[in-house]
Ligand binder design. Structure first.
Ligand code: CA
Length: 504
């Protein structure tokens, strides 16, 4: 009898920056169970998303294709579920398959999950408390905290699995997505303040204007509910609308902050301020602590899944992956959110344990993209990788023997030009192990209230070794003429290879 193929336990969070996983070394929080995956397996420092928002990243992971191919380019372009995906291949290849948690690729017959024996998903962004879920086509209300509910349902399915056949489980958490609502038991965590990042007061000079135009600033663009604060009754004096038509308003940032009084939604505690800096610091602390508290629950959840593998003696024959659909800004450049090709949102955390072939404590500096995930799963499952997939199996890379021709580059394209929530500009670009070239083509799709194209197009080039904080655009620096040309040729070649159309 041949040996059973490995189980694949794929755990993905939503908007979890690698900086908020302790094994990545920032020291802002403690995630012992996530660290355990890295300590007993491999930690990747350079895994990248092809489009730094939820829906397109999920489509790329599921299909192994770029977004101009799977047509999931924005948050409002659901997947066509008649197309092939990795779960379908694994299922027909003998795997038991399930998806539990966030889906965000659309609802209804044409968009609901396909390829899964069992699925139970949050509609849209989902809720943190007593979430409504769509389970095998039927709407249910699941009582409890979303992270716990998703974990319970994952374990229930795992316990129902046939032990003689391998399983593929996608366990997709909602946390730590906005509005960062922690479990009530964790509201007391992180009493000590967290240091501000070096670029918190970024003035956005020496960069394309997209940086200054984005409405993702902690100081200006956070809404009351983001920080667990009461939004007072009233109009513009209470704060600007978050976007046209929205009832949520931003917490104001007036020059004179002494009349501002903010109230905790849970405890009723009131906060007052003497200076704008004090108010900004308050917003940052409040944001980070809420974010990290939601991650505490994820870490506990991962601990439960790892324990289950130990108890059922399946740890040796199970590939465990922990990742996030993209990175996130945690105050770098003064921002929250993602969308940009700047490192904090472009980089995905990626931890993997598979004792069979990955030595404990491995650290990998090779470059990976989320389109590589699906081919990698199929490779480990000993199934053929279909031609339509554009990513490559990263098996040898993860096992410490990257092929000499492994493409050490990552391509990114963000299409939602000036989306009404964040005013982020559309762009595409390429990163290699040293440099990053970004083209801000500043035009885009007809989303409601968008497509105000025609702004000046701009190029950015960053030397990620000399300027890891990405503060100095050297695209027009004479010293970088040759580098820029080399990066442009890499970008052109990559777009030609994957069939994406340059913007003019
Ligand atoms: Ca996300």
């Amino acid at each position: 009898m041949t040996k059973k193929r490995p189980n694949i336990l794929f755990i993905m969070a939503d908007d979890h920056a690698s900086k908020a996983i302790s094994c990545y070394g920032s020291g802002i929080n403690s995630t012992p169970n996530l660290d355990r995956i890295a300590n007993e397996g491999v930690r990747l420092n350079h895994c990248y998303v092809t489009n730094s928002i939820c829906t397109p990243s999920r489509a790329a992971i599921l299909t192994g294709t770029y977004n101009h191919v799977n047509n999931v380019t924005t948050l409002e372009t659901p997947i066509d579920n008649r197309g092939p995906n990795v779960a379908k291949h694994l299922r027909t290849g003998g795997y038991q398959t399930a998806l539990v948690g966030k889906w965000h690729l659309g609802e209804g017959k044409a968009h609901e999950p396909t390829g899964f024996d069992f699925w139970s998903v949050l509609p849209g962004q989902g809720e943190y408390f007593d979430p409504y879920m769509i389970e095998m086509g039927k709407e249910i209300e699941a009582l409890g905290y979303a992270t716990d509910v998703i974990t319970d349902k994952s374990l229930e399915w795992l316990n129902r699995c046939d032990r003689d056949k391998p399983f593929f489980l996608m366990c997709h958490h909602k946390a730590p997505h906005r509005e960062w609502e922690p479990h009530p038991n964790n509201r007391h965590l992180y009493q000590d303040d967290i240091a501000l990042p070096d670029t918190f007061d970024d003035d956005y000079k020496n960069r394309a204007k997209a940086a200054a135009e984005a409405r993702m600033r902690i100081k200006e663009d956070m809404k009351y509910v983001d920080l667990g604060l009461v939004q007072p009754e009233g109009g513009a004096e209470v704060g600007e609308r978050t976007k046209p038509g929205a009832t949520d308003r931003c917490i104001p940032n007036p020059e004179d902050v002494t009349n501002l009084r903010l109230i905790d939604r849970d405890t009723g505690e009131a906060f007052t301020f003497q200076t704008q800096d004090e108010l900004s610091y308050f917003k940052y602390q409040r944001y980070l602590k809420r974010y990290l508290r939601t991650i505490h629950s994820i870490d506990e959840s991962v601990g439960r899944l790892l324990n289950w593998l130990d108890e059922t003696e399946q740890a040796d024959n199970t590939i465990v992956i922990y990742t996030s659909d993209q990175g996130f800004f945690l105050g770098e450049h003064g921002w929250f959110d993602k969308r940009f090709m700047y490192e904090e949102s472009f980089q995905m955390p990626f931890l993997m344990r598979y004792p069979e072939s990955i030595p404990a404590g491995t650290v990998c500096d090779d470059m990976l993209c989320n389109v590589d995930f699906a081919p990698t799963f199929l490779d480990y499952a000993e199934l053929p990788i279909p031609n339509y997939m554009q990513g490559l199996s990263a098996r040898k890379v993860l096992e410490g023997n990257p092929p000499s021709n492994w493409p050490q580059i990552a391509y990114h394209r963000y299409w939602m030009h000036r989306d009404p929530d964040h005013n982020a500009y559309s762009h595409y670009g390429i990163r290699d192990q040293r440099y990053k070239l970004i083209y801000w083509y500043n035009d885009g799709f007809d989303l409601p209230g968008t497509n105000m194209g025609g702004q000046d197009k701009e190029w950015e080039l960053f030397d990620c070794e000399k300027d890891p904080l990405e503060l100095f655009n050297v695209a027009d620096d004479p010293a970088y003429v040759e580098i820029r040309a080399t990066m442009l040729s890499k970008l052109t070649a990559k777009m030609a290879e994957i069939g994406d159309e340059p913007a003019h």
